[in-house]
Design a binder for this molecule. Sequence first.
Ligand code: MG
Length: 467
Amino acid sequence: MTTLADPVPGGRPGDVERAVERAAELTGRGVCGIVLAYVDTAGVGRVKTVPTTRLADAAAWGVGMSPVFDTFLADDSIVTTDVLGSPDGDLRLYPDLDRLVELAGQPGWAWAPVDRITQEGESHPGCSRTFLRRIVADAGARLGITFRAAVEIEWSVGRATAPDGTFVPAVSGPAYGAARQVELSDCTADLLTALAAQGVEVDQIHPEYAAGQFEVSVGALDPVAAADRSVLVRQTVRAVAQRHGLRVSFSPAVLAAGVGNGGHLHLSCWRGGVNLHSGGGGRYGMTADAESFTAGVLARLPALTAVTAPSPASYLRLRPSQWAGVFTAWGRETRETALRVVTGTTGRRERDANLEVKPVDLAANPYLALGCVIAAGLDGITDAAPLPAEVTGDPARFGADEAAARGVRRLPATLTAAVEAFRADKVLRTALGPVLADAVTAVRLGEAAAVEGLDDAQVAAAYRWKY
Ligand code: MG
């Protein structure tokens, strides 16, 4: 379980001693540097690195970094809000020592996610990991609910030697094809070895639908750990592929047309060690709380899209009949509604049943995405929100009347439309707090402005290697 308390200047009790020990052990193993990782509002992974010998100092006093990164765009330009985007000020990055792990795909390096606090020792209101810790802590304190979560990771593998900026798939075998699995046999085996060495349980790994696409699904953890894990897995996929002369992209749309890369979220609510998505009297074994949680997420999907699909490239992926789930509906084990109720197989439902949220991609900051989805679900529980009827089949085939009768709407088709819905959503804005909510709005509008006048192919190219 993730420590939900904020870091403090001087280090949490025991942290410095632990860091000294871990640094000695890592140094003995030839690890010379630590990657301190976080994800910015735009969804780009950013890092500072320190020599392993500085780990204890970092655990006690943090590592400096400007708050300006909260309003970076994917192209590294900066937008400003009332409080963010200024060249002034500094923050301290505190590594979470519980997550410190030697990077098997990058010999000589270890990795840890960070929380950011101010030089005055207060939590930074723009810190997405702190935001998710708070949401999880609040659910526990107020409702006695904990969560298990996982982020599916899809990526496209290209040749590192492809002409500048272009994507040339590194494999030619068919979707889910045995041939494709053989083509990337060595790299995938190395990836499995690296993930296992890092303590990441892999459920499955396979060639996916789109050109050069692969997917890995990993074991569920508490939400903060699951978000950390999604960042670590991407770092590992990228590093292992690079050692094989390959280049990977997690962009929602590496190419302008066709199926994109998703980052579906899986979430289950638990109380007293019992999965609320199984064994209840509601549909498919959901308890009343699980139904209301699902209803809460469903009701806020258009606004959530600004957080879960944050890039202009996200909207090239978010198209009907591409398994991205672009309709406000839920169904059991369906691939075309935004929400898929996963019951699991009989005999293992108590453990496996969960809610899958599909209109999420890997441009999304996973801490913001999980925090906002959970906040929406908790709002549903607080209100005992009723879950509407299930939808089966592809909603893209519904006529306008049928869609209206069932309450099925298409999710925002542009980033600007998603921001409009987000801006009008009090629940999400309140959960995020004014600083993060404004950062989300400003960064999204900045991204939208950056692609004005570009066609789809140009948008895909602009973001191809950013995530
Ligand atoms: Mg997939």
